[in-house]
Design a binder for this molecule. Structure first.
Ligand code: URA
Length: 438
């Protein structure tokens, strides 16, 4: 990377942001290049991040930050894929297997679903881990092979290349240890830098809000959604966002192979209703962006692709193309299975009033479904299979969920669940789609 100086001093830019000034495009370029090539030290970058945390950034600054971070590494050029390339991104949730259903469904509708996914960390799951519960499924591919696969079957889901947005990797690590992760412009620029670098034409963002999400209030979630849509538009992409509720897990299953099984059921039209609602809402936005369907006919098209078996067939084709064992898709009983199935029962009679979804994610993680550090190994077979959702009536002793467990974490998971699920007299209802930002 070339040295850039522009006669600027980092200290002046920290002071400018401290005093609520606006950073110019050149100044943001200076900061990101300087931090990536290590001419700006961590202590100055930390001070700037804290100033941004308190004083924010306007849309133009956040866009310039996203674009500069995007250009810090590889930028995929997907021009060789015919048609509108579509992508989606979730800000992270519990039981969120939307990509596993949406991707094959979009390909069956004739769209080009070209996605780079991430791994789970903490209480949230990641699509790559879920896909790797399929024997020998390969998430690494060259740009050329990725393009060829999407042209041939309409979809591919791979990991991010090593050299995508290195500036974001460095900054995220610094934010993590300086109390500056929870800044809306920094989150928006971080996510959008990666989305823009992965080269698709249209993106639908799924902003999760609630007890299992990064954003816990609708106000914050809407602000983040609006900023990300604005960044995408200023970068000439078709971007939409939906805000979806994460006050309970999405669907019934949490854990890698368990979620693949639920996604397969959804592709056969036998999945949970809440998962279908989220998939269909994102599908609507993407099919409109790709000029394949509109508000009046998208639902019919999606239903038809499921009942005809074409959507499930696309998942089988993707698994085959990426080296995985497609027999596990045709017969999900062949996916990894845990040794023990342990019921978690209602301690009293009443309605399921509330779920602490973050803690439910942690319970699954303690069984081995997730990692505490990036180096931890995942147990693909374990997790939670819920039988009840918020608003359901339970009698004392009824099974609320089953733990699919091997040796690890059973007692701690049971203790966390006892605390995470509230039973009481109120029949609450979750409002799944909290908003759409276009
Ligand atoms: N996810 C990201 O990729 N970046 C953030 O800053 C937050 C969540």
């Amino acid at each position: 990377m070339n040295e850039v100086n522009f006669g600027m001093r980092m200290v002046d830019l920290i002071i400018k942001k401290r005093d609520k000034g606006e950073l110019s495009k050149k100044e943001i370029e200076f900061i990101i290049k300087g931090y990536t090539n290590k001419t700006i030290p961590d202590y100055q970058m930390s001070a700037l991040l804290m100033a941004i945390y308190f004083n924010g950034m306007n849309d133009q600054e956040a866009t310039n930050l996203a674009l500069e971070m995007m250009h810090s590494g590889d930028v995929f050029n997907l021009a060789a894929i015919k048609g509108v390339k579509i992508d989606k991104h979730s800000t992270g949730g519990v039981g969120d297997k939307v990509t596993l259903v949406l991707g094959p469904l979009m390909a069956a509708c004739g769209a080009k679903f070209a996605k780079m996914s991430g791994r789970g960390l903490g209480h949230t799951g990641g699509t790559l881990d879920k896909l790797e519960s399929i024997n020998k499924f390969n998430i690494e591919m060259t740009e050329k092979a990725f393009i060829e696969q999407v042209n041939k079957i309409g979809l591919a889901v791979i990991g991010q290349s090593e050299n995508i947005t290195p500036a974001d990797k460095l900054l995220y690590a610094l934010r993590d240890v300086t109390g500056t992760v929870a800044s809306i412009p920094l989150i928006a620029a971080s996510i959008m830098s990666k989305k823009l670098a992965s080269g698709s034409d249209a993106i639908c963002l799924d902003i999760k809000v609630g007890s299992g999400a990064f954003m816990t209030t609708i106000k914050e979630a809407r602000k983040l959604a609006e900023l990300m849509v604005s960044i995408g538009k200023l970068a000439n992409k078709k971007v939409s966002a939906i805000i979806t509720n994460m006050d309970e897990p999405l669907g019934y299953n949490i854990g890698n192979a368990l979620e693949v099984k639920e996604a397969i059921a959804a592709l056969k039209g036998e999945g949970p209703e809440d998962l279908k609602i989220v998939v269909y809402e994102i599908a609507k936005q993407l099919l409109k962006a790709a000029n394949i369907a509109d508000d009046d006919n998208y639902e019919q098209l999606l239903d038809q692709k499921i009942t005809s078996g074409e959507a499930l067939e696309k998942l089988v084709l993707m698994v085959k193309a990426q080296g995985g064992d497609h027999k596990q898709i045709l017969n999900p009983e062949l996916l990894p299975q845990a040794n023990k199935i342990i019921p978690f029962q209602a301690s009293k009679t009443g309605y399921i009033e509330k779920m602490n979804t973050e803690n439910i994610g942690i319970a699954a993680s303690l069984l081995g479904a997730g990692r505490e550090t990036i180096l931890d190994e995942i147990d693909m077979a374990v997790g939670l299979e819920f039988k009840k959702k918020i608003g359901d009536y339970v009698k004392k002793g009824d099974v609320i969920c089953y733990l699919h467990a091997n040796e690890k974490g059973i007692d701690s998971a049971l203790a966390i669940l006892a605390d995470a699920i509230t039973i009481g007299p109120r029949k609450n209802k979750v409002n799944l789609i909290e908003g759409v930002v276009l």
